[in-house]
Ligand binder design. Structure first.
Ligand code: AMP
Ligand code: ZN
Length: 468
C-alpha cells in the first residue's frame, strides 16, 4: 500500500493513493503552448509535476510520465472564437509556425533541465498526433456526442450530464457567459470545438484533411488522445495548472469518458496554484512576466529558483519578488556550501539516527507533498551537530532525490567568485562615491566596468561583481 496521501481535485479531498496496477503509475502533465517563451509561472507548474514524479519514484513505483507540447489548436481565449496562438505568432513575426514551436520547445526543455526537472518518459507533440485525434473524434461522432456547424465539429455537452461535476460548474448561471463566445450555432454555452475549419477559408500554415473537412483539432482533444495512446484508457494521475479545472480538464474528461465509456477516466487530479507577480497572476497577457533568463542575468543560479519554489506548498499561491528570490538564493547558497563541507564523507553510520530524521522528511512528502516542510528538515539535517559528516551526507543525498537541488555537485557561489584586486578596488571606489552621494562618479565607474563586460550587483548581503 502506498504511503502517499494527495489532494485530489476530483473528490476535493486528500486521499491515500492507490495505483490501478500494482507497482506502476502513469502520470500525464499538460505541457506548454510553444508560441512564446515560458515564464517562471509556467515553470512553476513544471516543477510541481516534477515533484509529483519524484515522490512516486521515491515510493518505488515504476513511473511513466507523459508531457505534451501544444503546437496547434490552443486559441487566444477559452471560447472557440479566438485565434490559434501559433498561427498568430507566425503572422506577427513572419516566421514559420513550426520554427516558432521548435524554438520555444527547445528553450523550455533547456529551462526544465536547468531547474533539475527529470526528463519525461514520453514527450509528445499535438501535430505528431493528428491521426489519433481524428480517431477519437470519430469515436465521439459514432456515439452521438458531436454536431456540425459552419465553424467546425463541436462536442454537445448536454449529452454528458456529468459535465459540470468536475469543476462544480454552475451551468445555469453560465447561460449568457463568455464561453458561448462569438461562435454562431453552438447549442450550449460550454460546448467546445473538436475540429475547427480554417476561418473564412483563410489558408493556415498548419491544417490537415479530415473526414469532416480541412482544418485543425481543438486544443482539448490532444490531451485526451495522447494520454490514451501512451497511458491507456484509464490512468492514475493527471497534473496541470489550477486554471485548467473549469475548461481544459473538464473538456478532456468529457471527451475521454464519452469516447471510451470509462469513469473515472483519471483517478487523481493534481492542480498547482499560480505564481503571482506585481499583485497578479504572472501571465503573458498581463505583461507581468519574468523568465528564468532574467533570474540568471542577475547572477543567480537556476536551481535557486527551484529552492524558491520549494519554499511554498504547491496548492498555495506564491508571490515572486526580486527580494524573495535573493533571499532564496542566499538560502540555497548556504545549503550548497554546507553540503560541500560534508560531501563524499565516508564512515560508519548509525541507521537508528538516520531513520529518526528520515521519517519526518518522508511524512512531509507523503502528506500531500509538503515541500516547505521537507526543505526545512533537510536544512536542519545539514547543520545537525549530532550527526557525523557521513550521516549528514547520506541523508542529504537521499532527500535530494526529491528536492532535486543537485546538492551532490552544486558549487557554492562564493567559491565561484573571481578574484581581481583591480576590479575590487574600482567597486570599492564606486561604493565610496555612492556613500558620498557623488552619483556622477558612481555611475561613471559602473559604466566603465560595464564596458569591460562587468556587472555590479547590489545584493542583500553586499555588493558583488561578475563578468557577463
Ligand atoms: P500555457 O503555455 O499557457 O498553456 O501554460 C502552461 C502551464 O502553465 C499551464 O498548466 C498553466 O496552468 C500554467 N501557468 C500559467 N501561468 C501560471 C502562473 N502564473 N503560475 C503557475 N502556473 C501557471
Ligand atoms: Zn491538457
Amino acid at each position: 500500500m502506498s504511503g502517499l496521501v494527495l489532494y485530489n481535485t476530483r473528490t476535493r479531498k486528500k486521499e491515500r493513493f492507490e495505483p490501478l496496477e500494482t507497482g506502476r503509475v502513469g502520470i500525464y502533465t499538460c505541457g506548454p503552448t510553444v508560441y512564446s517563451a515560458q515564464h517562471i509561472g509556467n515553470l512553476r507548474s513544471q516543477l510541481i509535476a516534477d515533484l509529483v514524479r519524484r515522490a512516486f519514484d521515491s515510493e518505488g513505483y515504476e513511473v511513466t510520465h507523459v508531457i505534451n507540447i501544444t503546437d496547434v489548436g490552443h486559441l487566444t481565449d477559452d471560447a472557440d472564437a479566438g485565434e490559434d496562438k501559433l498561427e498568430r505568432a507566425a503572422r506577427e513575426t513572419g516566421r514559420r509556425a513550426t520554427d516558432i514551436a521548435a524554438h520555444y520547445t527547445e528553450q523550455w526543455l533547456t529551462d526544465r533541465a536547468k531547474l533539475g526537472c527529470l526528463p519525461p518518459d514520453v514527450l509528445c507533440k499535438a501535430t505528431d498526433h493528428i491521426g489519433e485525434q481524428i480517431e477519437m473524434l470519430r469515436l465521439l461522432e459514432e456515439k452521438g456526442y458531436t454536431y456540425r456547424i459552419d465553424d467546425g465539429i463541436y462536442f454537445d455537452t448536454s449529452k454528458f450530464p456529468q459535465y459540470s461535476d468536475f469543476a462544480r460548474l454552475d451551468l445555469a448561471g453560465q447561460e449568457s457567459g463568455a464561453r458561448i463566445g462569438d461562435v454562431a450555432g453552438k447549442r450550449n454555452p460550454p460546448d467546445f470545438a473538436l475540429w475547427k475549419f480554417a476561418a473564412g477559408g483563410v489558408k493556415r500554415q498548419q491544417e490537415w484533411d479530415s473526414p469532416w473537412g480541412r482544418g485543425f483539432p481543438g486544443w482539448h482533444l490532444e490531451c485526451s488522445s495522447m494520454s490514451l495512446k501512451y497511458l491507456g484508457e484509464n490512468f492514475d494521475v493527471h497534473t496541470g495548472g489550477i486554471d485548467h479545472v473549469p475548461v481544459h480538464h473538464t473538456n478532456e474528461i468529457a471527451q475521454s469518458e464519452c469516447a471510451l465509456g470509462v469513469h473515472p477516466w483519471v483517478r487523481f487530479w493534481i492542480h498547482g496554484e499560480f505564481l503571482d507577480f506585481r499583485g497578479e497572476k504572472m501571465a503573458k497577457s498581463m505583461g507581468n512576466v519574468a523568465l528564468l533568463s532574467d533570474i540568471e542575468a542577475r547572477g543567480i543560479p537556476p536551481l535557486a529558483f527551484r529552492y524558491f519554489f520549494l519554499q511554498a506548498h504547491y496548492r498555495q499561491q506564491q508571490t515572486y519578488t526580486d527580494d524573495a528570490m535573493d533571499a532564496a538564493a542566499t538560502g540555497y547558497d548556504r545549503l550548497v556550501a554546507r553540503a560541500a563541507e560534508f560531501r563524499g564523507a565516508e564512515g560508519r553510520v548509525d541507521e537508528g539516527k538516520l531513520e529518526a530524521r528520515r521519517e519526518p522528511f518522508r511524512a512531509a512528502i507523503r502528506d500531500d507533498l509538503n515541500a516547505p516542510q521537507a526543505l526545512a528538515i533537510a536544512t536542519a539535517v545539514s547543520r545537525d551537530g549530532n550527526l557525523e559528516p557521513q550521516e549528514r551526507w547520506k541523508l542529504i543525498q537521499e532527500f535530494d532525490q526529491i528536492l532535486g537541488l543537485e546538492l551532490e555537485n552544486a558549487v557554492p557561489r562564493a567559491s565561484m567568485k573571481e578574484i581581481d584586486p583591480r576590479i575590487d578596488a574600482r567597486v570599492e571606489q564606486r561604493q565610496a562615491a555612492r556613500a558620498a552621494k557623488d552619483w556622477a562618479t558612481a555611475d561613471r565607474i559602473r559604466d566603465e566596468l560595464a564596458a569591460e563586460g562587468i556587472v555590479i550587483e547590489d545584493g542583500s548581503d553586499g555588493v558583488r561583481w561578475r563578468r557577463t
